[in-house]
Design a protein around this ligand. Structure first.
Ligand code: ADP
Ligand code: MG
Length: 227
């Protein structure tokens, strides 16, 4: 385990859990890809959550901004993905377009090029027509804001029947923005047989409510750092 110098800036290695990506049940091509990206060691939130999520558990994870939460859920949802099945298998809900774009970028970096994973970003504020056209061509992963995702579900332009992973990223911010009902309506349209991963920087009351309604026996990971 050679962790400290290679983790993201300001991130200390986890105590206890291994920070070696090689200890995870990930395909060799994914491990090579991580090395190419310079991800030589897991950040603490990745080390604490990936063994749980890759084993199929639902998850509530609390960790501060910049701790590497995106790759934590990205590697989990990519592990559930069948590239040969051209249907939406993962949905990531984010509070803002900016965050959705960041998640999409990180997913593009982490997906193996040979798998040709198609990722669509669907956010409010963008015109509908190009989104509808993109959806007609299909996608493996959709990243978007709750209101626009709900809009597509109501129009019938987005089908979540093949979904196996639902991610609620920055769930506390989505709640602050008043998205509880939209998230609830979207989650109800997802297949019951799925993995649900909730990431948040803080733990307000609404998070427990979301978790109780939409997660199944979730594992809880809280990394409260002082810096
Ligand atoms: P968060 O969502 O927790 O705010 P991000 O997922 O945006 O954090 O990650 C913060 C930065 O750390 C990003 O630039 C990302 O590329 C980088 N990063 C994430 N995981 C690793 C890792 N294991 N090794 C090196 N850099 C990483
Ligand atoms: Mg994030």
């Amino acid at each position: 385990m050679t962790a400290t110098p290679s983790t993201a800036p300001g991130i200390a290695p986890a105590a206890g859990a291994s920070t070696d990506f090689g200890t995870l049940p990930l395909p060799p091509a994914t491990l090579e890809n991580l090395q190419r990206l310079g991800y030589t060691a897991m950040t603490p939130i990745q080390a604490a959550t990936l063994p749980l999520t890759l084993a199929g558990h639902d998850l509530i994870a609390q960790a501060k901004t910049g701790s590497g939460k995106t790759a934590a859920f990205a590697l989990a949802l990519l592990a559930n993905l069948n590239p040969r099945r051209f249907a939406v298998q993962s949905l990531v809900l984010c509070p803002t377009r900016e965050l959705a774009d960041q998640v999409t970028q990180e997913l593009r970096r982490l997906a193996r090029a040979e798998d040709h994973i198609k990722i669509l970003t669907l956010c409010g504020g963008s015109t509908m027509r190009p989104q509808l056209a993109s959806l007609e061509h299909g996608a493996h992963i959709v990243v978007g804001t709750p209101g626009r995702i709900l809009d597509h579900l109501e129009r019938g332009s987005l089908d979540l029947q093949a979904l196996n992973t639902l991610v609620l990223d920055e769930a506390d911010r989505m709640l602050d923005m008043g998205f509880f009902d939209d998230i609830a309506t979207v989650a109800k349209q997802c297949p019951a047989q799925r993995q649900t991963l909730l990431f948040s920087a803080t733990y307000p009351e609404g998070i427990a409510k979301l978790s109780a309604r939409f997660l199944r026996e979730p594992k809880e990971v809280k990394l409260l750092s002082t810096h």
